[in-house]
Ligand binder design. Structure first.
Ligand code: UDP
Ligand code: MG
Length: 316
């Protein structure tokens, strides 16, 4: 079976990308044909409502190397990506966004790294064409993820990545629900290469992430990959308690030596600060309790409506 595998699988999550799809498939096909390897393109329809689904099936009909994985509703970018990964047959599997912000033309650079012996190759966007606040937010985020995963990369959010079969198989065996692909890659291990890639502004369609969705996604990732924030809050709590005790001792000593003193303002400030810390801690705990709730429910991470055909045209 392993020898018959198609050489390259390209997985792309697609949500309302009708305007971009033809160019995506055209450019991917040109690049993959130029690479002279057998391939399949797995396009995951993540509950699109703009005619994308019909377009995908028409494309698969016209070219048997294109396979459609059709989810029953919109599950989100990460579940859609994992749905595609679960159906990938290739020796190497590529993950790429459908909106052409990362460039299919960079694919050979990443694949070359795997040929060199690396297990995973990930893109690092040069001249990123996104709003300024997203670039700064990503910088902080990258710093955090590098620390907690122990896999130091410059650009975790860059959605052009290639991995070898063994890595993908290990990734697909993971059971947890709070998924973040780079964190899963870090957990699975292997030699990772970072490759500088191009980036373009979105030319057609719109980003699927408004500000609130971005905050939600960031919070999911921050708390989904580690319990470090909980421990940090614990550390903060102990520090606050110590400072509170020292201030209390000082107040008692002043009371005994100097006499009556009014320190209303400092008490109010201290009270607000302490209750702020308490609230942050409670909020964080609720996040984790929410996650436990989600994990114990063991709902499927994605549901596929229509499986691609089993025979693999890329093998021919
Ligand atoms: N996407 C998806 N499901 C979603 C949101 C996004 O499959 O619920 C896909 C989308 O079609 C695109 C990729 O994920 O291929 C990245 O989405 P987008 O370009 O909107 O994100 P951004 O580049 O703004 O982070
Ligand atoms: Mg995009």
């Amino acid at each position: 079976m392993a020898e018959n595998r198609v050489e390259l699988s390209v997985v792309s999550p697609v949500y309302n990308e009708r305007e971009t799809l033809p160019e995506l498939v055209e450019r991917l096909t040109a690049v993959l044909t130029g690479m002279n390897r057998s391939y399949e393109i797995i396009l995951v329809n993540d509950g699109s409502t703009d005619g994308t689904r019909e377009m995908l099936f028409a494309m698969a009909e016209a070219d048997r190397r294109i396979r459609v994985v059709d989810l029953t509703r919109n599950f989100g970018q990460s579940p859609a990506t994992y749905a595609g990964l679960s159906r990938s047959e290739g020796k190497y599997t590529v993950v790429i966004d459908a909106d052409l912000q990362v460039l299919p033309e960079d694919l050979p650079l990443l694949v070359a790294k795997l040929d060199e012996g690396y297990d995973v190759a990930v893109g690092w966007r040069m001249n990123r064409q996104d709003p300024l606040f997203r670039k700064y937010a990503s910088r902080m985020f990258n710093w955090y993820v590098a620390r907690v995963t122990g896999m130091p990369l410059h650009d975790y959010g860059c959605n052009i990545k290639v991995m070898k079969r063994e890595i993908l198989d290990s990734m697909c065996r993971l059971q947890h629900r709070c998924r973040y692909l780079p964190a899963d890659l870090a957990m699975v291990g292997g030699r990772v290469a970072e490759v500088k890639v191009g980036h373009s502004a979105r030319k057609k369609g719109q980003s699927k992430y408004n500000f609130l969705k971005l905050v939600r996604a960031a919070l999911d990732m921050l708390t989904g990959i580690t319990d470090a924030p909980l421990r940090l809050i614990g550390f903060f709590g102990w520090t606050m308690a110590l400072v509170g005790s020292l201030v209390g001792i000082r107040v008692i000593i002043l009371r005994l030596t100097v006499g009556d003193i009014l320190q209303m303002q400092s008490v109010v400030a201290l009270f607000l600060f302490c209750s702020g810390v308490q609230l942050v801690a409670t909020g964080l705990m609720c996040e984790y309790i929410g996650r436990i709730f989600v994990e114990v429910q063991r709902r499927p991470y994605f549901i596929i409506h229509e499986d691609p055909p089993k025979d693999n045209p890329g093998n021919q």
